[in-house]
Ligand binder design. Structure first.
Ligand SMILES: [Zn+2]
Ligand SMILES: [Zn+2]
Length: 147
């Protein structure tokens, strides 16, 4: 994905039969600003409305569902009552792993894929070819452990 490029979004929307709108572009732009973060719909809305007060929460909500469908963002569910989103990284064929602190709620990432050997084992034992997985680890982050 060519980040920060309206043309890319335009193409992607057209390809899937959607119209390119300034609101959609503004919301994607906000996600690009939040690259590497895991933001809730409300957080995205709070950032978007600084520059675009005409965009309502419902629009942000619907647009995030659309961007997820287009494969530009991932929807994340950390069982904390919020829907969160992150930008899909270029050339990422596997979803990375998330470390969720149950004390402060921070989310960090494990970049390397820890499950390759497990997937091989599943293929051998169960004859099941794993194509993707979602892994979330719950615990205490280093900051909270030191408190
Ligand atoms: Zn913490
Ligand atoms: Zn992530």
């Amino acid at each position: 994905m060519n980040t920060g490029d309206d043309g890319f979004l335009k193409e992607k929307l057209k390809e899937c039969g959607y119209k390119f709108t300034g609101q959609r572009a503004a919301i994607l732009e906000t996600m690009l600003q939040c690259s590497g973060q895991h933001v809730s719909t409300e957080e995205i809305f709070n950032i978007v409305k600084l520059k675009h007060p005409e965009i309502g929460l419902a629009t942000v909500y619907r647009t995030m569902i659309l961007l997820d469908k287009l494969g530009l963002v991932h929807k994340l569910d950390f069982d904390d009552g919020f829907s969160r989103y992150e930008l899909v990284k270029p050339n990422e064929d596997h979803t990375h792993h998330h470390l969720i602190c149950s004390s402060c709620g921070s989310v960090s990432e494990v970049e390397e894929d820890l499950l390759d050997s497990l997937e091989e084992e599943i293929l051998k034992k169960n004859g099941f070819l794993v194509k993707d997985h979602r892994v979330q680890f719950y615990g205490l982050c280093s900051k909270c452990r030191n408190e």
